[in-house]
Design a protein around this ligand. Structure first.
Ligand code: AMP
Length: 114
């Protein structure tokens, strides 16, 4: 049994979020503390705590995370300027919410990695 997070409540519409995309597998909404002019979180509707919990059964959903990122980047006009997709895992990765999610950040020049 997976422990629920605030993202499960957002998925079930029990708490509000600024939702920008939804389909059968994923939901995307604005990050509450944006680190860039465009900052969305793309989350699977299935409760998966971290990347470590992904299985082969999740491969279609994982593809949907990326195709949703591409769709949103185009829709919010950062596809040509560019953007960063980030998935944090556990403490060294600075993961804070233990429901798998992809950050899409764009609209400014990102810091170099490392
Ligand atoms: P991470 O460190 O990858 O786990 O990032 C979690 C992200 O979730 C952070 O960028 C938070 O600002 C964001 N966040 C937390 N609670 C909410 C919320 N209720 N609505 C939107 N974004 C949230």
């Amino acid at each position: 049994m997976v422990e629920e997070t605030i993202f499960s409540k957002i998925i079930r519409k029990e708490i509000p979020a600024d939702i920008v995309y939804e389909d059968d597998l994923v939901l995307a909404f604005r990050d509450i503390a944006p680190q860039a002019p465009v900052h969305f979180l793309i989350v699977p509707k299935k409760d998966i705590p971290t990347v470590n919990d992904i299985t082969e059964d999740d491969e279609v959903m994982l593809g949907r995370l990326f195709s949703t990122a591409a769709r949103l980047a185009k829709e919010y006009d950062v596809d040509e300027s560019g953007y960063r997709l980030t998935v944090n895992c556990n403490s060294d990765g600075r993961q804070e919410v233990f429901h798998l999610h992809m950050h899409l950040m764009g609209g400014r020049l990102m810091q170099r990695m490392g």
